[in-house]
Write a new protein. Structure first.
Length: 257
């Protein structure tokens, strides 16, 4: 893996995750801020830590005329990440009336260790059509077509029953497994209802979801290719694809398709 200044990859349970290997140089952040705010050497400029996300650190820049934010980004995808975020903000500004930050300056390179700083903008996604034609998160889960019978489950342990529940709800005398299976069953029924409704009001959604199933599986494979627990299933999926078999990776990993 290519070495990037300030970035290291740490092996976690579900794969590699990016981490800061060193803190951004505040002096360099201030120098970049002064440059783009057209400040002279003796002009007042004070930087302080503001917030931090998974990939970014934000610094508040205070000058005599106002306050600004500078964002320093981990070089997980140099150039592309910053370029796409700036393009997204500009697109939203040009095509909608949604308020978005005004970007004063940005640097989409990491040449010679130069940091990347832009005005903060988090959690904006633009997706291809096939990616957006998926179940809502609350409907995703393992498939269960038979309604669980409470009488087939053991009663709740006395020790668990005496523990105060954080949500002030109890298990009504039945152990957790019944409720987990009931949720899976109800989610399965709701997915069927959801698909029936989408077929009525937006048949093109169903068509796009069906056509994009292979792309969705490929995206899932990329997401899990560095996770040891999923390698066997990914290998089986690849073997099935080579043989021309219709094998859903999403169903095999997540229990639904």
């Amino acid at each position: 893996m290519i070495k990037q200044d300030g970035l290291e990859w740490v092996a976690e349970t579900f794969g590699l995750e990016p981490r800061w290997s060193s803190e951004p140089d505040i002096a360099k952040v201030e120098s970049i801020s002064r440059k783009h705010l057209n400040l002279k050497e003796n002009d007042f400029c004070h930087l302080s830590f503001y917030a931090q996300g998974a990939f970014n650190k934000l610094y508040k820049v205070e000058i005599e005329d106002g306050c600004f934010l500078v964002r320093v980004t981990l070089p997980v995808d140099p150039s592309n990440k910053t370029n796409s975020e700036v393009a997204t903000i500009n697109f939203i500004r040009q095509t909608t009336d949604i308020p978005v930050p005004q970007i004063l300056a940005f640097d989409d390179s990491n040449d010679e260790g130069t940091i990347t700083g832009i005005i903060d903008w988090e959690c904006v996604s633009t997706l291809p059509l096939w990616k957006s034609c998926d179940f809502p998160e609350f409907l995703k889960g393992k498939e269960r077509n038979e309604e669980p019978n409470r009488n087939n489950y053991a009663p709740e342990d006395e020790e668990d029953a005496n523990e105060p529940a954080a949500d002030a709800l109890d298990n009504e005398g039945t152990n957790d497994l019944f409720w987990e299976h009931l949720l899976e069953y109800e989610s399965t029924m709701l997915r069927t209802l959801f698909l029936d409704e989408m077929q009525k009001i937006a048949p093109e959604w169903i068509e796009e979801s069906t056509k994009g199933a292979g792309k969705a599986d490929f995206e899932i494979a990329v997401q899990h290719c560095d996770g040891g627990w999923s390698v066997k299933r990914l290998t089986a999926w690849l073997d099935a694809i080579e043989k021309g078999e219709n094998w859903s990776l999403r169903r095999n990993l997540y229990g639904y398709s």
